[in-house]
Ligand binder design. Structure first.
Ligand SMILES: *[C@@H]1O[C@H](CO)[C@@H](O)[C@H](O)[C@H]1NC(C)=O
Ligand SMILES: *[C@@H]1O[C@H](CO)[C@@H](O)[C@H](O)[C@H]1NC(C)=O
Ligand SMILES: *[C@@H]1O[C@H](CO)[C@@H](O)[C@H](O)[C@H]1NC(C)=O
Length: 364
């Protein structure tokens, strides 16, 4: 079933690919986006398969979506990231959502300098009026944006920078930063951020009108590159973990609860059976040159729909109910028969006892 769907999706992607390419240009200063890919990312209910360790062999049966990476601020097909498309996969286990991003790239890692390492971000719509373009698209400037003036334009962002993150280790929400009530991560820079526009972007819990220490970093994640060989786990002293420039693929894995305890409109909330709006971004130090914040690639010039599929919608899952029902019915029948036998034997015994004589068992 799953295989068939993946296959159908691959065919659809292959057919739609050339026409469905993200075509956009700047028209008299106005943003214009023809995001004709029509791709919907499906997060199916597949419990118990994903370990968030940066290694992606556990994702092999999950359907994939492939996106060309175009410069986010100038989505011109001529400037596509030249090492290949980004593959995105998502699943959920009924409680957590899992995401995998995969992109080809020669190995680049400079300890302590994130801008000389690759970096990825996921962005989700929170407010109903939050546009993909300009991270929510609130018209206010940095001096006037507040949770009131930009209400309805909130987007949720997870950003993972690699400069201090050891491959295969888990980063993101941790007890020390979460005790302080912010979306930060002092260990690996996998941060939980929200924004109203590119100039009004804050760690969860921080805002221009005051900080609220009830926030948390709800994300966790890990990274890996196919040129790395791991025997018993890397430590910081192993940095840079592999030699510079090796051909291969970067893998990023993330998890987050479907629902968070956010009360400030700073986290997207995911619902099984409903769709969310998503985008993904990628930064890479081209020719070893450090990247800067706005120079990133994006998977589309508009939101991509992400469907959280209910476990009950899979026929195989429904069928699982019947053998269990049969077993219950059988055990009920069995206990009724046993109960009747017990009464019968008890009755016979009480009659025997009334006579007060010992009667051998074989006479019963
Ligand atoms: C979104 O925009 C519409 C139309 O401008 C408006 O009616 C609605 O109240 C807005 N929603 C929020 C949450 O601000
Ligand atoms: C919020 O917290 C940050 C970091 O601790 C601090 O720099 C800022 O001044 C705080 N803002 C307010 C309004 O208290
Ligand atoms: C806006 O943020 C401030 C400071 O965190 C908070 O006190 C206030 O309740 C928030 N307002 C809304 C409408 O969420």
């Amino acid at each position: 079933m799953l295989r068939l769907r993946v296959f159908a999706l691959l065919i659809a992607a292959a057919v739609l690919g050339p026409i469905g390419r993200v075509n956009s240009h700047t028209e008299s200063g106005n943003w214009h986006c023809h995001s004709g890919s029509g791709i919907r990312v499906r997060a199916q209910f597949i419990p118990g398969i994903i370990t968030v360790d940066g290694k992606v062999d556990d994702w092999k049966d999950v359907e994939e979506s492939n996106f060309p990476l175009l410069p986010a601020l100038d989505p011109d097909a001529d400037k596509e990231y030249n090492a290949g498309k980004m593959t995105l996969k998502a699943v959920h286990d009924g409680k957590e959502a899992y995401f995998m991003l995969q992109v080809n790239g020669n190995y680049a890692y400079t300890q302590g300098d994130s801008s000389k390492c690759p970096s990825v971000a996921l962005m989700f719509q929170i407010g109903e009026n939050a546009s993909y373009h300009r991270m929510g698209g609130c018209e206010q400037g940095p001096d006037t944006c507040t949770n009131k003036t930009c209400h309805g334009h909130e987007v949720d962002i997870m950003h993972f920078s690699l400069g201090s993150a050891i491959p295969g280790r888990l980063y993101g929400g941790n007890p020390i930063d979460n005790r302080e009530g912010y979306g930060g991560d002092r260990f690996g820079h996998l941060v939980d951020v929200y924004a109203w526009n590119p100039h009004c972007r804050f760690l969860d819990g921080m805002s221009p009108s005051g900080n609220d220490t009830t926030a948390q970093n709800d994300w966790q994640g890990s990274w890996w590159h196919s040129s790395l060989t791991d025997h018993s786990g890397f430590i910081k002293d192993d940095s840079p973990y592999a030699s510079e420039g090796q051909k291969g693929t970067y893998y990023f894995e993330f998890s987050r609860p479907l629902r968070t305890m956010d009360r400030l409109q700073q986290d997207a909330q995911f619902t099984i059976g409903k769709s969310s709006k998503l985008s993904a971004a990628f930064w890479y130090p081209m020719d070893g040159k450090p990247w800067h914040g706005s120079a990133h690639y994006s998977i589309s010039c508009d939101w991509i729909l992400l469907d959280f599929i209910s476990g009950g919608s899979e026929p195989t899952m429904v069928a699982q109910g019947s053998p269990w029902d049969a077993a219950t019915a059988f055990s009920l029948l069995f206990s009724v028969v046993a109960f009747c036998m017990a009464i019968f034997i008890g009755h016979r015994l009480s009659r025997i006892n009334r006579t007060g004589n010992f009667i051998p068992m074989d006479n019963l």
